[in-house]
Design a binder for this molecule. Sequence first.
Ligand code: G3H
Ligand code: ZN
Length: 286
Amino acid sequence: MIKDYLKKTISEKWALGHFNFSEDDALRAIIEAAAEFKTPVFVGTSEGERKHIGLKQAVNLIKAFREEFGIPIFLNADHTKSFEGVVAAVDAGYDAILADFSALPFEENIKLTKQSVEYAKSKNPEIIVEGELGYVRGESKVQKEIIEIKTEDLTKPEEAGQFIKETGVDMLAPAVGNIHGIAANAPKLYFARIAEIKKAVGDNIYLVLHGGSGMSEADFKNSIDSGISVVHINTEIRVAFTEALKETIKEKPEETTPYKILTPSIEAMKKVIEEKLKIFESINKI
Ligand code: G3H
Ligand code: ZN
């Protein structure tokens, strides 16, 4: 099912959106936007986000949202940095896992990613496993400092080819000039490198662009043209939530009803998500 959509991203040149959440309101914003646009969507929880909402809670909330909205929603265990974390997410019923051992040396990364793929597929042959190769800097917040990427930090196409063969991953997150979070400087993406990596991994392995916040429309379009199938967005959703919340509390300091305080935040997050879905051209794909 996920693979059917991933295949189409390549033949039809569009991308699936992957949006992070840590609580029910962000999830509702993502799913309402996706349902309005009739788009399949990835929703993801990082290790911190899933600790906050709970793994079983995330899995069961997704089930409820699928029943209510009738659209394909894929739950991803984003940036899972230990084998124990992979096991916990697979066992809880996640649809996809990012086994992220990119901070380790190449051979160690291959070893732990392969071990993760084997465990995940033995428990759920349909599960999608993503590996990460190269150093994607930053974190999902607004950063004050300038982050410069050196070309030696970019993923090497020949290593990407070896990595996917030896690990058996379905998707790969490369470092191609992308930065997590909103940095003080605009990211400079290396589109030719994306195309070279795509050529090295082939049509059946799908590339994921992390660090989508702060990228321009042209960045997304050129990345998709170069072979990206999935784009991750987190910080811009966090900022939309928080800014709207601050504004609401300032405007209505007497208000104490949580759902009334949070409604403008849901709308603000939805707006961000809708803008991205239009750029990714994933509308009317169900
Ligand atoms: O895995 C999460 C994403 O890569 C989010 O990146 O915070 O820059 O949107 P972002
Ligand atoms: Zn990421």
